[in-house]
Design a protein around this ligand. Structure first.
Ligand code: ATP
Ligand code: MG
Length: 260
């Protein structure tokens, strides 16, 4: 397994956020983490990079490509080499007063030692792949000059540019229109195959998780309450909470049969 979380519990003073969360994602696998707002999805993904709230107490263990984020040297290696995270709010991961090109190539240039021109070329290629037109021009702009959907695609390209083995995608496609979402998911599918990328795909959308993921974990109030194959997560789930989520998911209405 490239990513393993075992019995992760996390609390801040007066509030338990995660309780005994266990999950795993294998090579080339896409695994969904689905649940309503506040169920602990982002907290789980951020803990993989040791980004925990101030004063948090944690127990349990996490392994990314065999490294534990609890160890400072391993944590650095996880953040820079093994894993990349697409954060839920793309604006929070880009410095508002720096040009997008400088922020988005920072990890490649300063951590991986890739020359700036080469880093820019890699980013431009990936930006084109996630459907951004005229990437060179976009790289000279500032975050406030781009729409939320454009920024989301920039951070997806930046996350993929360092060639991670584990991708933590936190609502990565939620701000995108349906067509762009389909393009980005197709890109992630291809990268999963080609680079054997392990994807933890966080979403509140059970339908999307079922369509994109091999397996889906369902999270409620800080705990994993169900695990299902993606293909069948909608087929009469036995778990009452998964069933409630499935029933609450809007689907296209059945078409009336056509009469000749
Ligand atoms: N830094 C923090 N300090 C205290 N509580 C926090 C902190 N970060 C998150 N929480 C609490 O932890 C719980 C889980 O939050 P989290 O952001 O992980 O949920 P989520 O499932 O990602 O929700 P959403 O779908 O809205 O993104 C929430 O009750 C939230 O208020
Ligand atoms: Mg979240």
């Amino acid at each position: 397994m490239l990513l393993t979380v075992e019995n992760l519990s996390l609390s801040v003073p007066g509030h338990r956020i995660l309780q005994d969360v266990s999950l795993e994602v294998g090579t080339g696998e896409a695994v969904g983490l689905v649940g309503e707002s506040g169920s602990g999805k982002s907290t789980t993904a951020r803990a993989v990079l040791q980004l925990v709230p101030d004063g948090a107490q944690t127990s349990g263990s996490i392994s990314v490509c065999g490294h534990s984020p609890a160890d400072p040297d391993s944590c650095r290696a996880i953040r820079t080499e093994h894993a990349a995270m697409i954060f839920q709010d793309p604006r929070s991961s880009l410095n508002p007063v720096r040009r997008i090109g400088d922020s988005a190539t920072e990890r490649l240039v300063h951590v991986h030692g890739v020359p700036k021109a080469e880093a820019t070329r890699r980013l431009v290629d990936l930006m084109a792949e996630v459907g951004l037109r005229d990437p060179e021009n976009l790289l000279r702009r500032y975050p406030h000059q781009l729409s939320g959907g454009m920024l989301q695609r920039v951070v997806i390209a930046a996350a993929l540019s360092t060639d991670p083995k584990v991708l933590l995608a936190d609502e990565a496609t939620s701000a995108l229109d349906v067509t762009t979402q389909a393009e980005v998911l197709a890109l992630l599918r291809r990268l999963r195959r080609e680079r054997e990328l392990a994807v933890l795909f966080i979403t509140h959308d059970l339908l999307l998780a079922g369509a994109f993921c091999d397996r889906v974990y369902v999270m409620k109030d800080g705990s994993i309450v169900d695990e299902q194959p993606g293909k069948t997560v909608f087929v009469d789930p036995a778990n009452p909470y998964t069933k409630a989520l499935a029933d609450a998911t809007p689907r296209l209405p059945e078409r009336e049969p056509r009469h000749a």
